[in-house]
Structure formats: C-alpha cells, structure tokens
Design a protein around this ligand. Sequence first.
Ligand code: ZN
Ligand code: MN
Length: 477
Amino acid sequence: MEFEAVIGLEIHAQISTKTKMFCRCDNDSFDKEPNINICPVCSGFPGQLPVVNEEAVHKGVKAALALNCVIPEYSKFDRKNYFYPDNPQGFQISQYDEPISKDGFVDIDMEEGRVMKVRITRLHLEDDAGKLMHVRNGSLVDFNRSGTPLMEIVSEPDLRNAKEAAVYAREIQKILRYVGSSEADMEKGMMRFDASVSVREKGQDILNPRAEIKNLNSFKSLEAAIEYEIERQIEAYSEGNPLKSPVTVGWDDEKKITYFMRDKEESDDYRYFPEPDIPPLYMSSEMLEKFRNEIPELPSVKQKKYVDEFGLSPQDAKILAEDSKVAEYFEKVVELSKDAKKAVSFITTVLMKHLNEDYATIDNQKVSAEMLAELIALINSGEISNNTAKGEVFEEMYASGKSPKLIVDEKGLKQVSDTSAIESICKQVIEANPGPVADIKAGQEKAIGFLVGMVMKESKGQANPQMVNDIIKKLLA
Ligand code: ZN
Ligand code: MN
C-alpha cells in the first residue's frame, strides 16, 4: 500500500514591537532577570484592563498583506480559556472567528524550479504565556514573556513532506523579516512551529485524524519530527492501528522521537467568547492602503527581477534577494557601477566570504556600496586588474575602510598602461627568451602566454595584461 502525508503548520512569531500586546511593559526580555518586565496587566491581576498595542496591529496587518491575505474591515479579540501555571489570567487573549486576516497564500520554490502554492488559512494576533522553569524542589515562573505580541500563521494542510514544510517555514521567516514584522530569530525563541501530520492511502481525498507536534523550535527539529511522525503513522496504519482521534504529541530532540501528550483539545474545550474589555478593531480602507504601500518588494519578486533584468543565475539571485539588507546593498552597487556581473561576483564570493569568517553582517562592516562601486570602476577603466582588486585592494578596504582610490595610490598598484614602458619590457623579454619566440613563430600560439607571464613578472604585476599580449603579438608579427 502506498501512503501520502498531509501536513499543515501553525507558526507563532513574535511581533517586533517596543512594548507588549496589551500593556506597556518592555517587549525585550531576552537574557533579562526573571519578572522585571511585568505589570498588573501581564501578570494577570484581576480587574486590569488590556489596551491593544497599535504597533502590533500595524505589523501584523503588514505581515498578513505580504502573505496575500484578505483583511476584513472588522475583527475582534476573544478569550481562549485554559488553566496553566504560566498563564495567570486563566485565559489567553486571541482571535477566534473574526481574525485580522484570512485566505492568503505563499508560493514556495521547490527543487528543479517547481513552484508550489501553500494556502494560508489565517494570520491572527494573540499574546504569549509566561515561562516555567522546573528546578529540583519545585517550579519557578517568569512572566517576562507573558503578554508578548504574537502572530499565529495557520496554513491549510497543503504540504506533503518534511522538506516542503521546512521550505515553507523558511519562506515565512524571510517574509516576516522583509516587512519588519518579526525578527523571527529561532534561537531567541521568536518563532516556533506546531506541525499537524496525518497519513492517508495515496489517491484518497480524506483527512484522517492528525497528530499535532507541539513547539518545534528549529528548522532541523521541524523536519526531523515530521519525518519521524509520518513513518510512525504509516507503520501503525499498516498494522491496522491508525489514529482514531486527533492527538497532541511532543518532540524529544535527544531521542529523536515524538511522544504522546494528550488527546487534542477541540475549540469547544476552550470556551471561546468575545473579549469584553477590548472593542472590535476597525480597519479603514485608507489605513489599509497606507499599510499596503509600506510593503517592500518581496524576495521572490526581487529574485525574479535579478534574473530577468540583471542576467544573474537563479542561485546568485536567491543569495542576494534572501536578506533585504544584502539586496539593498547589491542594488546600490549596481546603480552606481552599472555592472551587475562584477557586483554579484564581489558580493557573493569576496565580501560574503569575509562576513562569514567574521560572523559579521553586511550593515556592520567597513566596505560601503559606494566603495565597492568605486573599486569596480577602477577595474573597468583599466587602472587596476581584477586580481589586484579582489586581492590586495579589497583586503585593505575591508580591514581599514579606506577608499579603493586611496589604497591604489598609497600602494602604487596602478596598472602600467603606458605603451612605451610596456613595450620596452616586452622587447627585453623577447630578447632573453629565443626558444619560446621560435615556438611562436613556428605557429605555437600557446607560448605567448609564457612571454606575457614573464613581462607581468618583470613589471611586478602592474602591466596591463591585455596590452602586453597585444604588444608581444605586434612585435613578433
Ligand atoms: Zn505588562
Ligand atoms: Mn496560538
């Protein structure tokens, strides 16, 4: 029997705001002492009134627009009731039946140019819970995270394997970063995944009961957990023991297995009702238009543009478009130098190699787009060779932040393009190498390379190699 997996993802991403979702506590608690960014609202004191953070709504809507979602005129918040010690209110404020956005999609690039559409059910806003720490003689709770603004992005069950799920998750991360709605830094817990997995016989059109794998916090564990769960379910199904009702499972990252946590709660279990302390959100068409205009050109669009307009390879286009800061830098260099080919070559091979070695980022290093464009201009005008530019000059620019012109002058790196100076070296070299000269005259063109090399050596690499080549040919003609 052949099986296929049916996978949907819920992605929680922290919205990058200054303050929390419903109070004015600082939203940045990374590496902070426990319980310092808290107030009566986010630590759940009775009778406190939540106030919606406008920045969180703004950034949530921007993300939703970038994910091609529809934004209804009205939306509202609801209480999702459940008890857990890290959730002092006894409920989470989320959005149930009228979220700020719905019905979107993203296109993802799979292997060999296969583009796949993944439908997005909704993106809604909610707040996060606190954090429990289990110690030897009890449990401690830290409410710094409580009230952190989140967007939850729910996909339709359109994914069929772990690879597709991972590519989709990375695409979402890229888009959230591009529009500035979330830093989506997995290491800081800013983005996490719940993956719903079920299997069915190939060719069937039904949705079997699923296992929801909770709280996956890296792309690696996302892929591994889905792969494991698919295998596990296929085996159970083949043994006549398929899932009979939905379950919630966890992922053990050390043993690399999923484990049963509980039967899955259905929405009835949460007793959703409209949050009485928050009025409905109204999105005017003017506001929506304003937000729409703030959406930058997205990576997939840039990637296509780089291939079509600048003649880049799809791989190079992808590397440059992936990070908005790199893309901005690249476009600036092209604008100034009018040489996309050299720009891509310097950025992807020379500059990125240094950045990787130094764990640096493009906006946190000394070679500005203006400097790189100037360097390219020096090559194109024949003042320095490509090798000198990529080697000595770039190294010095990167280390000191000096302009390439200044470096070329200081180090005397200018190519000699003075015909008479080159000609006299060529003559000496021809004189001193009768053997190769005879070979050339006998029709062995290859020997020219040897003579050019000798002239380059004599000139300490400063002669313009193309001119040397031409002059030797002329002298021996
Ligand atoms: Zn607070
Ligand atoms: Mn949620």
